[in-house]
Write a protein that binds this ligand. Sequence first.
Ligand code: PHE
Length: 442
Amino acid sequence: MTEKKISNWSSPIAFLIASIGSAIGLGNLWKFPYITLENGGGAFVLVYLLAVLIIGMPILIAELVIGKMGKAGLYQSVKQITSKKFWLVAGLIGTSSCVIVLSYYSVVAGWPLKYFIMSLTGEMANITSANSGKIFGDFVSNPMEIISYHTVIMALTTIFIWGEIKGIERATKVLIPLLGIFIAVIIYNGVTIYGHEKTTQFLFSFDLSTLTPASILEACGHAFFTLSVGFGALVVYSAHLPDNVSLTKYGIIIAIADTFIAICACFMIFPIILGSSIDITESISVLFTSITVQLNTNSLGSYIGGVFYLLIAFAALTSTISLLEVVVAFVNETLKIERKKATLLSAFVIWVLGIFSALSLGGSEFFTKIDFFGKLDWYVSNVALPVCGILISLLAGWIIDKKMITVLHNTNQKLVKTIIFALKYVSPLLVLVVFLYNLKLF
Ligand code: PHE
């Protein structure tokens, strides 16, 4: 057999940083602000926070336990911990979700890279509130350009995965602290110019009448995506942990850090939107239009903007790395293809799939018309993630519940019982409701 065990994290902190890096990504910095805008603010944020706490966090901890017990990627870990073949479905769904998500995530991750280059060439300084939308639209519908950036992101991701756990560590140890510093700078800049009052009010005034079934579902789905839950990403990371670390503690820290950064992202973007007269017609592009305009009001704006976009690309990169690692672990452990070959093969297949998404934003009439990108996103968010989430939850809550108590021996046992209760009943039921409703089955 060609399989080779890859090494462990150099320390639990390295694992923690990499996992936070996996969780923090475009979901926090790009998607959360725009779906919060679309769904009316405070009440939506409240549902999202509850979904993170009640549904996301228990499953996140379950994934860490599964990785710790199985010492492999999701599929092989499940195989190690139960002899019942049925549960392997979770491994297949989780791994294929990583293939699909990485293919379009890499496309979007190329956008901040493009804006970084624009700041270097001086083009960014010419962006105004009048032309920001058009500049963005022209970029995403230019096939050559958008595919090139997608290629760069996939290439960088592959390079880090090539270095295995050490490569992942090297990337995340530098990128995550830098990201934190720059988020703070951008918030400070926006809040001192535009004030924070309107943002605080928008985010924390809970007008329940703004909630609709659709917005509740979106909040629940996003809780999964943003925590990297339902993909096996955290399974593969915790597989390389030494014994005696408190998985519950780490799970809680990952969830808190991820949620904190999502709220920070709103404080980076909303002061500008709510405190100025920027008209946001396309909320999906908000990170690339309003932020650039705001930065340009400052004499150092282009420089700050350059680093800002570079760091968003970095945040995305720490997520693409974890997505690719799941796929490579599967190809290596299950299809028994040597790790380096597995890395190249997985990256190539995902790159090709990504091209179709890249072309569906105006670059190709056919792919735009069938909304290839949107369809993939719909399938993962509405089918794959909920199904995989329910399976992981039930597996942890019903099949390995006793073993979980042993693995989590260094956690307060009352808390462990609560987590297992959530995994047995609460999370699967809530996710099932979301799932059936989304498929319009009731
Ligand atoms: N959590 C990441 C984000 O919010 C996305 C992601 C999902 C990364 C699954 C890895 C695995 O952007």
